[in-house]
Write a protein that binds this ligand. Sequence first.
Ligand code: ADP
Length: 246
Amino acid sequence: MANTSIAPEPTADPVPAVTADSVVREYTRGSTGVLGQNDAPTVRALDGVSMAVTRGDVVGIAGPSGSGKSTLLHLLAGLDVPTRGTVSIDGDDISSLSQRQRARLRLNNVGIVFQRFHLLDALSARANVALPLVEQGESKRDRRKRAETLLESVGLGDRATHKPGQLSGGEQQRVAIARALVTEPALLVADEPTGELDSATGDQVLDLLVDVADEQAVVLASHDQQALAVCDQVIHLQDGTIVRRE
Ligand code: ADP
């Protein structure tokens, strides 16, 4: 029989979940405002950084302390805006948004995993995971269902009612990963996610993170070579510039 199937229309490349274009971030130095003769008035933490991450990609940010990793991560997550250059999250230039619009963009499009988990001690694992959905105005029933599904996906379905203090460090970080993904964001940003964990637990958490964040663009800053081994690409920073991509 003749093949009657029609070739699909070629589709344009999808909009990257996040892009940085010639990004510069300067911090003003000196809390007194009085500068010594030899003081530079500003610290240039990033100096012309360009990168893009699409959904499904895992990109690592490496570099020595002070090289600009946290600054870059904060910009990519929309927590901060560049001094010059452009950061776009899911196609939106974050510098063109008000603080409130940026907070909304973060809520809907970005999940963030911190080194120290940042869970609320008084709430159960399930309530912690459901928090972003409260902000989104989801019904209680939907919140509970989504949170339970996410907890199951990180292997903690049976710990939903436990509080963070009743969980190990690795389990707390898994709850934090579930919370970061509960809104199905385009982008997951993780700042030293294994920094508080022993190396075996850290490895497990990273494997899980990459596995459950299958639909997301993932940006992961780490000192840890083993953590960087899970990345599709690693961007090396030094003194605020990209010195190597591998
Ligand atoms: P990393 O995460 O790689 O350790 P950072 O992004 O924290 O690097 O810092 C990059 C540079 O910017 C460093 O020189 C640091 O001292 C400086 N820096 C970071 N945050 C601030 C700030 N809020 N005010 C002034 N300088 C800062």
